[in-house]
Design a protein around this ligand. Structure first.
Ligand code: F6R
Length: 248
């Protein structure tokens, strides 16, 4: 897996935001939509802040962007302070000119009877607009991408997943206690993630160093779903020096 290592996460985020902005401008020149796969969590926050800055200061327009988020807790109301809907609106969508009908985030309120159908239709919508041009990813300390936890197969589709204990523990501060963190989430599957034409995974800080090493240098294994990215033809891991510190 090609790596791009930066002195700090701010510089790294700037470079990723520029890549996304270039793609948006390129697709505008070609007169087509730019289809982005987006992540939440702490890692992409500065990327979104930079994109918002480019919108304000450089006239970067999101009119032609169609975006699909990776995941949402289940059950989760979209206006909850813990929802990924809320996160995306606050970090990006409400701050740029993306049309409301152009962004999609898995719906954490779908009745359980309808989930299978709903997850299939989420993937179909991505395919209907031509597939993901670019997928932005973070990585869990356990190697999850989206919420494809260890044990997820390379051909896993979009589905309801049971969150790992470590994933729930990582979120427990924000939720004000482990028992308040949802046990489940809807996640884009491994297969549709790998279908993106370009993938950029972000990782900052020492706590990601060992999982980054395993994903980049270890065997491809379902115990570390990020290792599946080794099979992708156009992926980069964008790292700060701490996250890269265990690479040999
Ligand atoms: C979020 C997501 C997760 C996070 C991962 C890292 O949409 O899909 O895979 O990217 O848990 O989270 P942070 O960036 O908070 O360390």
């Amino acid at each position: 897996i090609p790596t791009q290592i930066f002195a700090n996460s701010k510089e790294a985020s700037g470079a990723v935001a520029r890549e996304i902005a270039d793609l948006i401008r390129q697709t505008q020149k070609e007169g087509r939509s730019c289809v982005l796969g987006l992540a939440t969590g702490s890692s992409p926050k500065t990327v979104y802040a930079q994109l918002v800055r480019m919108h304000r200061e450089e006239g970067l327009s999101f009119r032609n962007v169609i975006s699909f988020n990776l995941d949402e807790y289940y059950q989760m109301e979209p206006d909850s302070i813990h929802s990924y809907h809320r996160f995306m609106k606050e970090q990006l969508f409400d701050l740029v000119d993306i049309p409301k009908e152009n962004y999609f985030i898995p719906d954490g309120t779908v009745p359980s009877k309808l989930l299978r159908e709903y997850c299939a239709s989420y993937e179909n919508k991505i395919n209907a607009v031509g597939g993901l041009d670019f997928q932005l990813l973070g990585i869990g300390g356990n190697g999850h991408i989206g919420f494809n936890e260890p044990g997820s197969l390379i051909n896993a589709r979009t589905r309801l997943i049971t969150l790992d204990h470590s994933t729930r523990a990582a979120a427990s501060m924000e939720f004000g206690g482990l028992h308040k963190v949802p046990r489940k989430a809807i996640t884009l599957g491994v297969a549709p993630i790998l279908n993106a034409r370009r993938i950029v995974l972000l990782a900052w800080g020492e706590r990601k160093a060992s999982v980054i090493r395993a994903a980049v240098e270890g065997h491809v294994t379902e115990l570390n779903p990020a290792s599946y990215l080794q099979a992708h033809p156009d992926v980069s891991f964008v790292l700060d020096e701490s996250a890269a510190s265990e690479l040999t």
